[in-house]
Design a protein around this ligand. Structure first.
Ligand code: NAD
Ligand code: MG
Length: 298
């Protein structure tokens, strides 16, 4: 985040990335360079004062940047992640608490319907209410050919990326007041699928349909539903099988090519979730906001 005018092509890391791989879901703390989730830079201005937010995938990447931004805008935050990501999650907790906000850590697996219900109940009870859902968790594993795509991967990708949205929203609806905001996370892959990401891209397309339909369903209750569609962002997802490892050095420059010629950083995506969560977006529902480095989302 910058308060002064800057050239976006050089504002964030724009060199080759060192080759690296980790087992999924990967730890942000072990990446080189560290992704920028706004830890040092995001400055809030009270846009989410008193709000109570659940952020899935809140330990790392885009979810971490969103959780930090929400807290700096005045929200109390519950974050969900997988138990093996505790190390990343503890850092986020510290950063949120440093703002004087509540940070509740609720680890668990979103591919489990019973856990999704439990997660929402725990978030509601620990925050003393719930009015903002930033559904950011996701699974992405590149596979060369449909013939190599296992049914296990196909099921898990759909369960985590799509089914969990149904399960979390169903559980949360009784708690959400008028004025609440639900945000999903789609992708440029939902518009122009990379052939290596057939299952993932299909889930991202489904998320767009879910967002647009749910927005119509919930409008009368005064609940807005929107989606953020990121382009290539430097996060643990990408270095743990989300891309073939040979694509990592030029990730976001030429694999895939972006007009801005670099990968985005998670902090650059967070302020779109802040906007969509806030009352500034009172007339915005059923929309998909691209944060893509210039890749078209239509
Ligand atoms: P990330 O690895 O930091 O975040 C993904 C998170 O998903 C993980 O931290 C993990 O906590 C969570 N997760 C995965 N499986 C889970 C499970 N079974 N149960 C609970 N949580 C689980 O990477 P990111 O890139 O910040 O990803 C966040 C979202 O952004 C994802 O939905 C991803 O599809 C989307 N996205 C990312 C990019 C990109 O280039 N990084 C581009 C478009 C969309
Ligand atoms: Mg993570």
């Amino acid at each position: 985040m910058s308060q002064t005018i800057e050239n976006p092509t050089t504002q964030y890391y724009n060199s080759e990335f060192p080759s690296q791989t980790q087992e999924p879901p990967a730890l942000q703390g072990n990446m080189d360079p560290l992704p920028n989730s706004g830890e040092e830079s995001y400055v809030g201005s009270g846009r989410l004062k008193g709000r109570k937010a659940l952020v899935t995938g809140g330990d790392s990447g885009i979810g971490r940047a969103t959780a930090i931004a929400f807290a700096r805008e005045g929200a109390d935050v519950a974050i969900n992640y997988l138990p093996v990501e505790e190390e990343d999650a503890l850092e986020v907790k510290q950063l949120i608490e440093a703002e004087g906000r509540k940070a509740n850590l609720i680890p668990g697996d979103l591919s489990d319907e019973a856990f999704c219900k439990d997660l929402v109940d725990q978030a509601y009870n620990s925050l003393g209410g719930l009015d903002t859902l930033a559904l950011i968790a996701g699974k992405q594993q590149a596979v060369q050919s449909i013939t190599d795509l296992t049914t296990e991967q196909l099921r898990k990708t759909f369960e985590i990326n799509v089914f969990s949205l149904f399960w979390v929203v169903k559980a949360a609806l009784p708690y959400l007041p008028a004025g609440a905001s639900i945000m999903t996370t789609s992708s440029v892959e939902g518009y122009n699928p990379n052939p290596l990401l057939l299952d993932y891209a299909s889930t991202k397309r489904a998320i767009i349909g879910f967002t647009q339909g749910l927005a119509k369903q919930l409008a009368a209750k005064g609940i807005r539903v929107n989606s953020v569609a990121p382009g290539p962002i430097w996060t643990p997802l990408q270095i743990s099988g989300g891309q073939p490892s040979q694509n990592i050095p030029k990730f976001g420059e030429s694999t895939p090519p972006t007009p801005l010629k670099r990968a985005g950083q998670p902090v650059e995506v967070a302020s779109t979730y802040v906007y969509l969560a806030s009352q500034d977006a009172s007339y915005v529902t059923g929309q998909v906001y691209g944060v893509t480095g210039g890749i078209p989302t239509a």
